[in-house]
Design a protein around this ligand. Structure first.
Ligand code: SF4
Ligand code: FES
Length: 374
């Protein structure tokens, strides 16, 4: 058996050995933490992704042991393979930080700042990216893009204005489903995700486009406007599904299942199953199994991404400190008692109304005639 060739690569002054053919991004992910460049279009579980968004740009200050000249321009780390002796700068490079701020500014040129009403808020990679690398204002003075609405069927909502054209959903439809019915039409400023003659996407695995979309361009209609992700408790669960592995994360509030997603790793990508294959889930598990008794609950899921979900997460979080419990601190360490039941005072969020079971988005009228919805 031929021996695997290993290359030494240094990223932000940390050296590791990786097999030849590894990309800089994958090598940096092996080191982990902030050394790993952000990636909005690359998705390791999908072939051909990467090279589109430029968020993963890094500086190669030494090409290799044999040819130590630096690379003249910043390179996309998701598409550049390591060489033996290569030295790379990510967060230690001023050029990279400056370029990344520019990339964020470009990505936000047409992206609406509608986080307060976007279902992706709290788990949006663009939100995290602009928080870490963005600037407070934009220099863009023109009208943002507008689009004709497209209907992607009863389960998936497309908000084209939020799309950053990463192509992940196109790759997943190509590689996971047996018939792709959507793609990117036109070029440049006119480019958009579209289906010809408004066809719905009926494939049993098409729901996975929601999980790979890094922004709120593709969201789950069964969850839309029902809750904020940071109010939900993620639980690992499984069921014996004849179509997929049935390994999911349930997003619960109380005993209501608001949303079902695939299990995601620290890079926001779908986790592999025990057989080493990506744990994509089927539409039945995702959209139709919304009762806790449909599932065998395994336990709370720790969210490792540095996101607002992790902030209030009851299972703890890697590298984050839980906020101080103010009430306890000012109450001599005693836990609060229930002071009043808001439902005695207000018609809002009546416990008899199960938001997760309301068809379509919930709004004020969901609480009128609540006996119908209960
Ligand atoms: S809809 Fe989402 S996944 Fe598809 S190209 Fe746009 S941003 Fe990427
Ligand atoms: S992640 Fe590398 S170019 Fe988008």
């Amino acid at each position: 058996m031929s021996e695997q060739i290993l290359f030494k690569v240094t990223v932000d002054n940390i050296t590791i050995e990786v097999p030849a053919g590894t990309t800089i991004l994958q090598a940096a992910r092996q080191i982990g933490g902030a050394v790993a460049p952000p990636a909005m279009c690359y998705y390791s579980k999908l072939e051909g992704t990467g090279g589109k968004c430029r968020t993963c740009l890094v500086e190669v200050s030494k090409g290799s042991e044999k040819d130590p000249r630096p690379m003249p321009k910043l390179v996309a780390s998701c598409r550049t393979t390591v060489m033996d002796g290569m030295e790379v700068k990510n967060i230690t490079s001023e050029k990279v930080i400056d370029a990344r701020a520019g990339v964020v500014e470009f990505l936000l040129l047409n992206h609406p700042l509608d986080c307060p009403i976007c279902d992706q808020a709290g788990e949006c990679h663009l939100q995290d990216l602009s928080f870490e690398h963005g600037k407070a204002d934009t220099r863009y003075e023109f009208q943002r893009r507008t689009f004709k609405k497209h209907d992607l069927g009863k389960h998936i909502q497309l908000h084209m204005t939020r799309c950053i054209l990463c192509y992940r959903c196109v790759f997943i439809a190509d590689q996971l489903t047996n018939k792709r019915e959507h793609g990117i039409l036109d070029r440049g400023d006119h480019a958009e995700i579209a289906t010809h003659i408004e066809k719905s996407l009926g494939n049993e695995f098409i729901g996975n486009i929601i999980d790979v979309c890094p922004v709120g361009a593709l969201t789950d209609k069964t969850f839309r406007f029902k809750n904020r992700v940071w109010f939900l408790k993620p639980m690992d669960a499984h069921r014996h599904c004849p179509t997929c592995s049935g390994r999911v994360t349930l997003w619960n509030r109380g005993d209501e299942v608001f949303r079902v997603t695939a299990r995601k790793d620290e890079w926001g990508e779908v986790e592999d199953n025990a057989d080493g294959k990506p744990g994509w889930i089927c539409n039945t598990c995702r959209f139709d199994k919304k009762h806790t008794n449909d599932w065998i609950i395994e336990g709370p899921r720790a969210i490792s991404r540095q996101s607002v979900i992790a902030q209030g997460h009851y299972a703890g979080n890697v590298g984050m400190t839980q906020p101080t419990e103010i009430f306890k601190a000012v109450n001599d360490g005693r836990a609060p008692h229930l002071l009043m039941d808001i439902h005695n005072e207000s018609e809002v969020n009546l416990p008899s109304v199960r938001l997760s079971e309301i068809e379509g988005p919930s709004h004020g009228t969901s609480f009128n005639n609540n006996s119908k919805n209960a």
